[in-house]
Every structure is written in structure tokens, then in C-alpha cells.
Design a protein around this ligand. Sequence first.
Ligand code: ZN
Length: 900
Amino acid sequence: MSLRPFTLVLVALALGLGAGTPAAWAQKIPTPEEVLGFRVGADFHLATYQQAYKYFRALEQASPMMRVFEVGKTPMGNPMIYAVITSQANMARLERYQEITRRLSLVKGLTDDQARALAAEGKAVVYIDGGLHADECAPAQHNLQLAYDILTGDDPATRAIRENVILILVFANPDGMDMLAEWYLPNVGTPYEVSPMPWLYNKYVGHDNNRDSFMGNLVETQHLNRIVNEIWLPQVLYNHHQTAPFPARIWIHPGAEPQLANVHPLLVRWQNLFGTAMGAAFDRAGQDGAISRTVFDSWYPGYVSQVVDGHNVISQMTETALFEYATPHFYTVNDFPEPYRDFLVSTFYPSPWKGGWWRLRDAVEYCLTASKAVLQMASAYRQELLFDKYQMGRDTIARFRKEPPYAWIIPQDQWDPPTAVLMLSKLQKLAIEVYTADKPFTSDGLSYPAGTWIIPMTQPFALFAKTMLEEQRYPDLAKYPDAWQGLVSPQVFKDAYLPPYDMAGWTLPYQMGVKVFAANSPLEAAMSPVESLVAPPAKVEGAGTTYVLSPKVNNSFIAVNRILKQGGEVYRSREPLAIGSETLPPGAYVVPKGLSAAAAAALARDLSVPIAATTKGVPAGSLKLKAPRVALYRSWVGEADEGWIRWLFEQFEFPFQTVHDAELKAGELNRNHDVLVMPSMSTRSIVEGYKQGLVPPRYAGGITEAGVRNIKAFVEGGGTLVLVNEATLFGIDKLGLPVTDALKGLRAERTWGAPPADAKPAQVACPGSVLRLQFDPKHPVAFGMPEEAPGVCNESLAFRLNPTLDGKTPATVAKYPGSSVLMSGFLKGEPLIQNTVAAADVPLGKGRVVMLGFGVEQRAQPHGTFKLLFNSLYYGASTATAEAAPAAATSAQGRKTASK
Ligand SMILES: [Zn+2]
């Protein structure tokens, strides 16, 4: 360390700048270079999270204007931190400003005059994160430079930011930041410098961490949601990304259509204003190529930016241009798509980018310009932003005093009660107030008992509750050409398919199999707030040493896995089972041995699973379970769906082994596994993987045709292959199953930008929606399902089943009904999907292929259909019993088991 910084402080003091002024602090504050050893964004360099952590702690030490908070640990054990940056004077009153933003956000108990006074006193709270998508490197790197620049800048604009704004600067995916640097840096200078990382860039789901925001499954999402909804309640939230529509250099708001209706109009106005301010900042700085109003819409609330729309937080999302990691790239106009080669100036792309070098530092500079534009806007409009957040909440409360839905009613009597509680707790974690009725009440002619849950709409973030609980009606944009085309004479595109960027429908009660009623008339019910939503402990009822668990309750899977792990004996009844006053549907778990009374009571208590004790024996023809030896395929392509399934297996305590291409190519799969699960992915990704030369050799090439032969041999030898969603096509394409892809050539292919000239208009399109399904609850894969239930479908798959050559018939597990298929979202060409098969059990040799042709576990959201995946594992490791098994007290003699 040189003495230079200290000397400069002395010079500053000598010049009469007080020690407390930013200029003086600036001299003591370490630059990123001093800690990293390289400039932020330098070619071929990436700061790790460890370095970022060290730098932020150093800044905190050096400046009274920055404090670092840890919100919790990541799944890989990193401390997840964020910085608070504001003036020293603000820092001294931080708790007061936190209270002001909370009171204005929550509205209640304030008059307009009081709100105005608080807005005058308060500071704008602005949340900015970097690094959510870790392979989009620039935003996380920009965090380091942004912290330094805001702490040390001595220009009027930066001084005003520190004065008027409290910046919450967040690292959104610490594990990913390290993983990416660890992958890239050793590859620099090798043929694999820009190879994609052959695994997901966090412990579980990689890119889908930006689809988890309303569900909050991932620990990191929970931390981000806590920062936003519990701790800071910001006015503005800015979530950085790095995949601009090429050749644009950054995508900024305004966004594409459609706009979700459940927002206060002020929110959309502010969003556009912030985006336009960013655009102006780029053009002022001579940074060309900012584009708006294309590709990214504001429809799906799974994103970090969109989830807060209903919370009246003005969100910004940007997509800065990316080449690969920190490797620079030179573009000529010949690299551009045809329509961009003439540098056409347009309303939402007024400064076209003309090509040249693009370096990580350029991307970092664009991120910095954008972040600083947001901070300057927040600084300039501090008071208006604080008051408008109050007003948006106030208007929302007033609106739903006058119009339906007045409330949401959630009965305690549910198919799967602990899952209903889970749904409510997820809403509560996102700042939705949940109440219980003190007394019986009626609504719209229906009566409800005391204890019924109620979500009144007279709350500031009610629009978020509405977004989650209602059915979505995704607009067919072809009908509204004026709304989106931006042409002098909008054109009508008959049969155009204009899908959303992500899901069209997500209705949470449908996904989770929870019964919810909207109150269409003003609700009069005495109610009390629920502080903490935890499923109540259940009990063991009845007497006897045989225990029966309900197949309707998802938590029963956890209980059964624990019983199997401890060597207990578990059967599944194929017929409905009467226990006490209740009749359980087919699939009830019967445990005649290996479960003590104390252990049964503990399971009931800990998992809220009601358990019945009985003296009856195991019903005739039950399936005998053994702990399934499950293999889960993990491709080097890094599929998010694999991560979700792995996460779910862990949550529900299913033991499993991960298998890669090598194991599938080696074969002999029956030796170690009963069940092989293939996550949703294309046949091509499974079989071919990454091309040779794109990644180091051990990660290239997929399972190959050898893997296909081995999987087929595994099934023919008695194994169970479970194909999830898109992977069902692998079964049709590669295994010769007697199943027809009913929508082949009819379904929409997802394309971004102009479709190929020879593209046929899609006859059927289902961009991530909730569809009605009919189940066969007597089939072991659908055990515990209602006869009709919603399922998540993402680009339609539908089958017709044919008999096999040896006369075996595939069984339908789930099918689409003959009418009213769409429940939430968008479905084009519904008649083509009516009465087709959605899930099937297809015999092959001595084994079977379970085809689950929809998103049974997509993003770990549809709790209502998890059963199909989990049942498939048990089914694959079960044996049929021909006769009644003996009651617990008698010996096992006389029981026959046979392989099905
Ligand atoms: Zn991204």
C-alpha cells in the first residue's frame, strides 16, 4: 500500500474541504482496482463473489455512507449481502426513513396530509440488483463500480443522489457469480474460452431463478423478497439482465404488449418515464443502441421485476448486450440481421448501434449509465415517488371497497389441507394480509364456518393477490392491432400467434389444487389477522397397529419416504378404502409393519398428515412398495427442469442418484435403478447434447444412440422410465412407443423475431397456461388425484394411444376433456386438443414408460399435480399382491407377490 491516499486526504484538508465531505472520503475509499487487481470489466477478468464481498466490506470500513447487511446464506453457504448507500446524515436516520417508506407503502392509518408530510420528509428507496442470471456477467461486476462511484462522486448529480436516495444494492445470485468465474477464468486462452458452462449457475435452477418470484421456492428468491417486501419496501426496483435483442446494445422500458391489467396506471406511467430517462442518459453519453417496446412484455409475475407490480413498486428491467463472459468481440454490419443493416432510425430505437468492438467494460458502462439514470430520477422526483406509492395503495383500497372481487375466501376444508396453508403462507410472505373468520358467515349465498380464511381486497397490495388468485385471460393481440403495432395504419394479421414472453396463465389456486372463492358481493364477516400460517399438527385417530395415510395429501409422500427409510412395510390400496367416517380414494397407504405408535404420532404432528390406526389388514390386490432406486438424468446442457425435479425430490425426501451421459452410455441400468426420470427437454438435447468442439470433450455429445439403446434395454428389462413434459417426445421419437404425437406439425414453434418465411400458422398454441384435465384415479400414477383437476401446459403436447404388437394396451392416466379445456391463460385451437391423452402408462417389454405430457412439476409450482411424478416413482418400484396380505399381528405366510 502506498501512502498516496493518505497524502491526498491531507491535501484535501489543506484546501479547506471538511473531513466529512465526499471529496475527502473519496481519497480514502479503495477503488475496485485496488482490491481486485484489475479494472471492473477488464477484458478476460471477472470478479468473484468472494472478491465482491471483500470489496464491499472494505467500502463499509472506509465510508460512513455505506453499510453492508447479510440477509441470509445461499444454498452453497455464501453470505448473501446487500449494501445500503446514502449520505452520512441519512445514514444517521436510517430507521426513520425505513419507517417512512413502510408507512407510505402500507397506507393504513394515514390521511393524505400526513402522507404528504411524510413524503416531504422521507427519502426515495431504490433497490438495484446485479447478477441474477450469472452468465450475464456485467450487472454483478457493475455493482462494484456503482458502489464506488456513488460513494465518491463529487458532481452535483451524485451528491443529490446521496442526499435524496437510499440505494439498496444487491447481489442477486452469489453462488452463480463464483461458479461462473471459476468456469470461465481457467478457460481463457484455451479453445474453450467462450464455452457455455455445462451446469446450472446456482445450486438448482439457473435461469429459472427469474421465474420463481411469486412462488419463492428458492432460498435466494426468499432473501430477495424479504429485502423488498419486509425490510425496505422501496419505491423503485431495478433488476439487471444482459441479453439485448441484437444488435441493440440495451433494452429499456417501455416494454412490449401486453400489459397485465392488475397495476395502477401510475405505475405504468412511471415505468415508461424511468425507461425514457435511461434512454436520454444513453444518448447524452453517446452510448448508441438503446431499444424499447419489443420482445419483453409485462405479463408474467414470476420475474423479480414484475412480481412487485401489484406492490406498487416501480420496476425497471434492462437487457444490456452480451458477447460471452469477459471476452471482447468485434461486430461488423454483416453480422446484423437484415432489417438492422440500414440503421433505420425509429421512435423506440432512435440511435441505432453501428457495430464495432463490444467488451465487458462497455456492458458495465451501459449498466452504470442505466443505474445512475434511475438514481437521478429517484433523486429528482423523491417526494412524488414517495407520495405516489402511497396513492397507488390508497386508490387500490378505495377501488375494492366499491367493486368486486371484495375478498377471496379460502375454506379450511380442502383436498390437501397442508398445501392450502402453504399457498396462503406464500402470499403472506409477499406482504398479503390473511385473516380468519371469527364467526360463521355467508357470501354470495354460500355459508362458511368460523375459521375460514379470508383475503380482503381492501389492502394496499391487493392487486398482487388478484394477480395470483384469479384466472388469467391472455389477450389475443391479433385483435388489438392499434394497441401494439406502432404503425400509421395498423395491420390485421389473421391467424397471427402473438405469445407472451413467458407464461400466459398461472392461477395459483389452480396450480396448487386449492379451492378459492371470490366474494362478488361486499363481504360482511368479523375477522382477525393471522400472524403466522403454519399447517396445524395432525393426530393419529383410531386404534390398531396398522396405519393408513391419505393419498390426497402431498405430505404423505414425505411420511412414506421416512417409513420406507426406516424399513417399514408400505402398501397402496388399489380400491377406495373406508376408514372411520371417511372413504379414502384409491392409493391410500397402508402400513402394517415397521411403524411404532410414537413414530406415527410424530409423522402426523410434524407433517400435518392425518393418520388412521386400524385393526384391518392390507386390502387384497394392494401394491407393495419398496424404496424406489431412482435415477435422475442430468444433462451437461444444464436444464432448469432437472434442477426443479432435484429440488422437489429433496423437499419430499425421495432418495435419488444423478446420472449423466456417461452412465447412460455405459448401460446395465437395471442393476442400480428401478426408475429413470428424464426432465423436460428436447430429444435433440438428450441425444446430441452440446456439439463436439463447443465444450470440453467430456461434456459434449449427449447420451448418443448407445444411451438410447441402453434406456430401451432398461425398460424392456423391467425398469420404469418417467418422461416429463417435452421429454415425452423422446419416447415417441426414439423408443418406438405405440403413441402418436397428436399435434405434430400443428403446434406453435416458439421463435423470437420474425418467423421463417415458410412457417405455417400454428393450429394449436398454448403458451404456458392452465388447462382442465381428467384423471383416472384408479391408475397408480394418478392415485390421490381428483377426477378432474387443473394442469400446467406449456406448448401443447397431446397423444393418441395405439395397441402394441404383442396386444398390450397403453393406459390413459390423464386426458383433456371434450369441452372447456382452458382454465387460465391462452389456448388456440382447443378442439384439436379435446379428448386427447395428456399422460399415459405405456408398457414396453417387462417394464413401462410413464409419459407425463404436461408440466406436472413445472418450476415446482403445481402442487396439485406433483402426485403424478411422485406416484410414478413408487409405481416403478412396486409389486402387485394377488391376495389379501395378513393383518399386522399375523405372519407373512401365504402372501404371494408377483411382478406386474
Ligand atoms: Zn437474464
